[in-house]
Design a protein around this ligand. Structure first.
Ligand SMILES: [Zn+2]
Length: 243
């Protein structure tokens, strides 16, 4: 499969959490929708949770299959959804993902600055107040986790707007610092563009997920621990709202 998948609707419309959409196609346990407020996952961000409803039936959405035509929504049994499908994204879970994702950018920015361009190697978001971000780093001195924590909390307090725009993929590749992930580089879109997420005056990088509108919407963070995960890999465990 070399098809370039369309950008999820949720990426450009993160404020839309409910939508009624006609089913495009269906099979036992799944329905295909051309448009959906659900973020199907990717780039370290977990797939949204929520429900779909039709003709009086309600089911939890348990997974997604992105295709060029739309997004298959998987439910946990063999029901065949049809007609108008009512979609409800779980707002608390989405908020958690937006907060962790935005804070991941801030941690990435702090590490990139404090460790001379160290690249991200992975993000593990969770349904809790702790998540982790991995970097290609051979060594972290004892005082450095605190420096990262202070930089992130300063950025949160600064109330910096978070915005997104598109630019040509090749231009982005030619611009130093826009691709920060060693393993999870965002894809080139069908239109030849790539989405850039900008945290005002602080950070700019290619990214496809959902974020807070401003850094001040995030709770304060603590760097709980830095684990050795291989000779060149350090895992920063981040706690949210812990003081
Ligand atoms: Zn992002």
């Amino acid at each position: 499969m070399t098809d370039v998948l369309p950008r999820p609707f949720a990426v450009d419309h993160p404020d839309v959490l409910q939508l009624d959409v006609a089913a495009l196609d269906a099979r036992p346990g799944a329905v295909l929708l051309a448009r959906s407020p659900f973020y199907p996952g990717g780039g370290g961000q977990l797939p949204d949770r929520g429900t779909i409803a039709w003709n009086g039936f309600v089911r939890d959405v348990v997974g997604f299959e992105p295709t060029a035509d739309g997004l298959w929504h998987l439910i946990g049994d063999d029901a065949i959804p049809d007609g108008t499908i009512e979609l409800h994204v779980d707002p608390a879970f989405r908020q958690r993902m937006c907060e962790q994702h935005t804070v991941a950018h801030l941690v990435n920015s702090a590490v990139y600055t404090l460790f001379d361009g160290a690249l991200l190697t992975g993000v593990r978001m969770t349904d809790s107040d702790e998540f982790s971000v991995d970097f290609d780093l051979p060594k972290v001195a004892p005082e450095q986790p605190r420096a990262v924590e202070d930089a992130v909390n300063a950025a949160i307090a600064d109330d910096r707007p978070v915005r997104a725009f598109d630019m040509p993929y090749d231009d982005a590749q030619a611009t130093a610092g826009l691709f920060r992930a060693k393993s999870v580089a965002p894809p080139r879109q069908a239109d030849g563009l790539i989405r850039i997420v900008d945290i005002d005056g602080l950070d700019r990088q290619a990214c496809g997920g959902t974020h807070l509108v401003s850094t001040v919407q995030a709770r304060r963070v603590r760097v709980l621990k830095v684990d050795n995960k291989g000779r060149q890999n350090r895992r920063f465990r981040i706690g949210l709202g812990s003081d």
